[in-house]
Design a protein around this ligand. Structure first.
Ligand SMILES: Cc1ncc(COP(=O)(O)O)c(C=O)c1O
Length: 375
């Protein structure tokens, strides 16, 4: 029986406090307004597509779709363990690495907790932190790069998780592993350090490490990886995490029982084994990342030095020449880059390294844009 003083009950289901304060994730656009051909360079997808072996493996499962997948993803974890030299028991697979990141948030964060991420860090982190009822804390960056001291200064007794993408999306910058170690050394052991290495395969730097060793030895580090980028399997949604046994065990308690589909696992295993396809994707990026960077710089535009499969292009702060104007022009030419407003970079666009044809078309369109708008 309700008392007269009780607040009026809601007349419809009401989300938990905080849920409606979450800014929805804005995915890369996929449609253009013009252009005979459309070049989608907005979501860091590979121009090489998946390995033919992965496609064949995916199709091979088509006749058995009535069967539930193996909920423990044993075969996929064994393949990951084999290829990366890690312990399969400490690997967890997810419906994209987003799924693993979400499990981390739900297990380690709740109301009253704080989680730190970098100012221009991957946009999914604040969504997941808020979804768990915790408070996102934004660390400053230096030269569009994750700033270790800026993060350490924000750590307090409420801090439970630190999310770092290395290399970072959308800036393309990275931290040498000595800096990651320094960050880890400065964190209290109760804080979980999440190393999101979604773009690690593209990095060609001697001082870079994805985090396998640290996640294999430290009790408070987990590394996440994805099949969406260099493996070209974004559509099937597949990712994984590697970390301390206790952390993985806790994640497994809340994991959806069949969170990875059978076709995704089959394709993932085949993709892992096709080294020549991965090498071709690395070679393509090694050729085109510097070419695209230099070509766009030669137009008078600033391009942040990237180690990933994308570049961040900064536009002049002048009427008619801003990122918004460039985006409008590019879309009218069938070229789709990523608008960066939600990343606090309103005057920049992010361009994925695409096929030779897509890259050339984008450079030509940007040249055109700069000439048309020159005074
Ligand atoms: C830094 C970073 N982490 C994670 C992801 C998510 O990848 P997935 O497709 O595996 O969920 C992305 C995708 O853009 C990303 O840029």
């Amino acid at each position: 029986m309700s008392k007269l003083s009780d607040p009026k009950p809601a007349d419809r289901p009401v989300p938990r406090p905080g849920v409606m304060d979450i800014a929805p994730y804005v995915p890369g656009r996929s449609k253009a307004t013009g252009g005979a051909k459309v070049y989608k360079l907005s979501s860091n997808e590979t121009p090489l597509g998946p390995s033919p072996a992965a496609i064949a493996a995916y199709q091979g499962v088509a006749a058995k779709l009535e069967i539930y997948p193996d909920g423990s993803a044993a075969e996929l974890r064994a393949a990951i363990a084999d290829v990366f030299g890690v312990n399969a028991a400490r690997v967890i697979c997810g419906n994209g690495s987003d799924d693993v990141l979400a499990m981390i948030s739900h297990v380690f964060l709740g109301p009253g907790d704080e989680a730190i991420y970098s100012k221009h860090g991957f946009n999914v982190y604040p969504i997941l932190i808020q979804a768990a009822g915790a408070t996102p804390v934004v660390a400053p960056e230096k030269e569009l790069t994750t700033y270790v001291d800026g993060i350490l200064e924000l750590v307090n007794e409420k801090t439970k998780v630190v999310f770092i993408a290395n290399p970072n999306n959308p800036t393309g910058t990275y931290l040498p592993f000595s800096e990651i170690r320094r960050l880890h050394a400065g964190l209290p052991p109760r804080v979980l350090l999440v190393l999101d290495a979604a773009y690690s395969e593209y990095v060609r730097r001697n001082d870079y490490e994805s985090g396998i060793e640290l996640a294999g030895t430290a009790p408070n580090v987990i590394m996440t990886r994805t099949f969406s980028k260099i493996y070209g399997l974004a559509g099937i949604r597949l990712g994984w995490g590697y970390g301390p046994a206790e952390v993985i065990e806790a994640l497994n308690r809340i994991r959806g029982p069949f969170n990875v589909s059978a076709p995704a696992m089959a394709a993932g295993i085949a993709a892992l084994r096709d080294r020549s396809h991965i090498d071709a994707a690395i070679a393509h990026n090694e050729e085109w990342l510097p070419r695209v960077t230099e070509a766009i710089r030669s137009l008078g535009l600033e391009v942040t030095q990237s180690v990933g499969n994308f570049v961040l292009i900064h536009f002049p702060d002048e009427k008619g020449r801003r990122a918004k104007d460039a985006d409008e022009y590019l879309v009218s030419q069938g070229i789709i880059l990523r608008v960066m407003t939600s990343y606090h970079l309103p005057n920049a666009l992010r361009m994925t390294i695409g096929s030779a044809e897509a890259n050339e078309a984008t450079i030509a369109a940007l040249r055109d844009f700069m000439h048309r708008t020159a005074r």
